[in-house]
Design a protein around this ligand. Structure first.
Ligand SMILES: [Zn+2]
Length: 435
């Protein structure tokens, strides 16, 4: 039997509605007890007592949208390095996207990715492709993939564009009880585009992606949900990835009010930065969906505050320096995000916009767990996995890309101010990161 008593921390558990001083007892990888300070001292038989005075203790963070690049692009990241960066950022569960080489679209591919031999430092889950090869025409075998552990389905990096294919994917996902995660981009409107359509793109002479490219797909998917509900009597779960525009958020807000099963996520860069960060062709500010105008950034913040956005997800997308150090239009999309998410969320949402700390933590723990149907993670219930993050909520520091655990350093947040610093991350009762 292995035990650990974390004593003296301010404990935040959004699911239990807890925000106060507690001691937490971990036994054999699970939460064994949460009690008033001092009450558990007598029950500790094992070895380890962690003095956490002055620290916050919360469920380990959950990121339902990461790119770990293995198999096939291990010069950018591996499952081991990506999950090590996750642990350093306070994450204890990450969900890998399928756009690896080859695309993760089969039971064999999924099992290979999730195998312990890959050396994941934290709990690794995956969403396989919604269509074979993510080519957008033939849905994958949802039943077999869910039995092998699929957390949902997505062609992330690309949308499921064809109406009938998306319809079939939503029906198949509803039958097995998982979400279809949509990268909402009408690629018929974004060919040759490398940033947001607007004054910065105009100044730089770049083709811009209109906000409608995102909202049109979201609106189409919502129409499909209605139709499937009416015709098939099914209630599919649509999850909209990395929402970045006011118009898509309007559609999502309305669909939720209608009672449709729609959830969505926002990435820290979309509530922190605008298209101005592209500056003079900075490829570290190039991602898809792109950084938008200030009114869209504000709409994302607003939707986080009013609960329209269910959770925060990083869209961690590592690329090697030589790949990013090219002309803006040729550079790949994406930035790393696992080690800056908590510091940005606490700075922007908690400090600048007054969101209570417990709600920020909910957006990174209980709410993402809910989106993918995880019950024994993202909370501190007795019996749940002892996935925990211990952090100094008041610490102010500056992120340095060179110190990142990720193999890649492509971030627009090199030197950026952060609030809140991770001191330790515990996954299934094991310390996986310590500052
Ligand atoms: Zn995407």
């Amino acid at each position: 039997m292995s035990e650990m008593l974390i004593a003296g921390a301010q404990v935040v558990d959004p699911v239990g509605g807890l925000d106060g001083p507690r001691d937490v007892l971990v036994r054999d990888g699970r939460i064994a007890a949460v009690a008033a300070p001092g009450e558990l001292a007598g029950s500790l038989q094992g070895e380890l007592r962690v003095d956490a005075a002055g620290m916050m203790l919360a469920p380990g963070l959950i990121d339902i949208h990461v790119h770990l690049r293995e198999p096939g692009q291990t010069h950018k990241e591996t499952i081991r390095t990506g999950t090590t960066a996750a642990a350093a950022g306070g994450f204890t569960t990450v969900v890998a996207m399928p756009n690896t080489t080859p695309v993760n679209d089969s039971v064999a591919g999924l099992e290979w990715m999730l195998a312990s031999e890959r050396g994941a430092a934290v709990k690794l889950l995956a969403m396989p492709a919604a269509t074979v090869g993510s080519l957008g025409s033939e849905p994958t075998d949802f039943g077999a993939l869910v039995r092998a552990g699929a957390a949902g389905f997505t062609d992330d990096g690309k949308p499921v564009l064809e109406d009938d294919v998306m319809r079939a994917a939503l029906v198949a996902a509803a039958e097995v009880g998982v979400p279809v995660s949509q990268h909402a981009e009408d690629t018929r409107l974004t060919g040759g585009c490398s940033m947001n359509a607007g004054r910065v793109a105009f100044r730089l002479g770049l083709r811009g992606m209109p906000v409608e490219a995102e909202s049109r797909i979201v609106e189409r998917d919502i129409r499909l949900l209605r139709e499937i509900g009416r015709v098939e009597r099914l209630r599919p779960h649509l999850h909209v990835q990395h929402v970045s525009t006011a118009c898509a958020l309007r559609a999502i807000r309305q669909a939720k009010a209608e009672g449709l099963h729609v959830t969505c996520e926002a990435a820290p860069h979309h509530f922190t930065l605008t298209e101005d960060a592209v500056g003079d062709y900075d490829t570290n500010a190039k991602m898809n969906p792109p950084l938008r105008a200030e009114e869209d950034r504000r709409a994302v913040v607003e939707a986080l505050l009013d609960g329209t956005i269910n959770c925060i997800a990083t869209d961690h997308a590592p690329h090697a320096s030589h790949e990013k150090e090219v002309e803006f239009e040729r550079a790949p999309n994406g930035i790393t995000g696992l080690e800056t998410a908590l510091g940005l969320a606490l700075r922007v949402l908690h400090r600048e916009h007054g969101m209570p700390l417990a709600r920020v933590m909910a957006l990174m723990t209980a709410r993402p767990a809910e989106v993918i149907g995880l019950r024994d993670r993202g909370n501190l219930r007795v019996g749940s996995w002892a996935d925990l993050v211990l952090f100094d909520a008041a610490a102010e520091w500056n992120f340095a890309a060179k110190d990142s655990r990720s193999m890649s350093k492509n971030t627009p947040f090199d030197g950026a101010a952060m609030v809140g610093r991770v001191r330790a991350t515990i996954c299934e009762g094991r310390v996986v990161y310590r500052a």
